[in-house]
Design a protein around this ligand. Structure first.
Ligand code: AKG
Ligand code: FE2
Length: 300
């Protein structure tokens, strides 16, 4: 019998459980395998980041570093000023898709111990050939730093690359997630050239002449607060809205449960690849998946 976590009754979660004391086994059976989102209040309670990361910390440590966001350059210090003073009418740029191990390796110290629910993570496996990395670049072994102010958020309705699962932890600030289940995909108009991104530019004012089926899609709105983590399962569509100055971390992971999704998405992303080479890649990935299963130990 699996220990039940403590559940919080909360109108902000609109049907998404908000829990503490979630065992690994309960997470796997109730959320990971059925691909059901969940908010966990204490998933990263031992991360030092919760104690020491604030905007002053980043200014002190990285104030003079240069950042590039959406093609523009900022000093970290100036960027934080924009974030602190942002509002709905004057949104700041959103620092996102910033690989922590590669760009800010010293920050890893504050993000220990590793989030157990994300293990085993095949994105960090040595069995993945280096040559594949160029196709998913920064997503390899992915931990992403996200810093933004009120009025901005993740701008595109999307699911995470190659249908990886994701965990976003709010270190500072509140954020709203608007999620759509993968079964709604037919109402969300995936782009032909990039099927992990919707063609609908704004879900608040969609062009219904172009996207009439969108009216059928059912959004799930979830508020994620400081210290909380949300699990976004493989293939779930979402955007985010930052409600107060925000520092967050996203961990992407691929494990035995979404390995076949990964193979399919990865191979589709190769486009008009030579058919024999494509078959070889599929066979290769299926085979290393089996090898990885032999190496993986289920974490307590
Ligand atoms: O704004 C967020 O927390 C989500 C970021 C995100 O969706 C992504 O980087 O893929
Ligand atoms: Fe995402």
């Amino acid at each position: 019998m699996t220990n039940k976590p403590a559940f919080f009754n909360n109108e902000e979660t609109s049907g998404v459980d908000r829990v503490t004391n979630l065992t690994y086994e309960y997470f796997v059976n109730q959320y990971l395998k059925p691909c059901k989102p969940v908010v966990i209040k204490d998933a990263t309670k031992n991360w030092i980041a919760h104690e020491v990361w604030d905007f002053t910390f980043f200014i002190k440590k990285y104030g003079n570093c240069q950042l590039q966001i959406d093609g523009k350059f900022y000093k970290f210090h100036d960027f934080i000023d924009l974030v602190m003073n942002a509002n709905n009418n004057n949104p700041a740029p959103y620092l996102r898709e910033m690989n922590i191990p590669i760009n800010f390796p010293n920050l890893m110290f504050y993000l220990q111990p590793e989030l157990q629910y994300t293990l085993p993570n095949r994105l960090t496996s040595k069995l993945l050939p280096k040559s594949f990395e160029k196709n998913w670049g920064m997503r390899k072994g992915m931990m992403e730093l996200l810093i933004g102010g009120r009025g901005s958020g993740f701008p595109f309705l999307h699911y995470d690359l190659f249908k990886s699962h994701g965990f976003v932890t709010q270190i500072r600030g509140y954020k709203e997630f608007i999620l759509y289940s993968p079964v709604e995909s037919e109402y969300l108009y995936p782009m032909a050239s990039k099927r992990d991104v919707s063609s609908i530019k704004s879900i608040e004012s969609p062009d219904l002449d172009k996207f009439p089926l969108f009216t059928k899609a059912k959004p799930i709105k979830v508020l994620v607060r400081e210290k909380e983590s949300i699990f976004i399962p493989s293939g779930w569509w979402y955007i985010t809205k930052i409600l107060s100055p925000s520092i967050a971390v996203l961990i992407n992971f691929i494990n035995p449960d979404n390995w076949s999704n990964f193979i399919e998405e990865y191979c589709l992303s190769l486009g008009n690849f030579n058919i024999i080479k494509l078959k070889l890649r599929k066979t290769y990935l299926t085979a290393i998946g089996l090898l990885m299963s032999c190496q993986e130990h289920v974490k307590p």
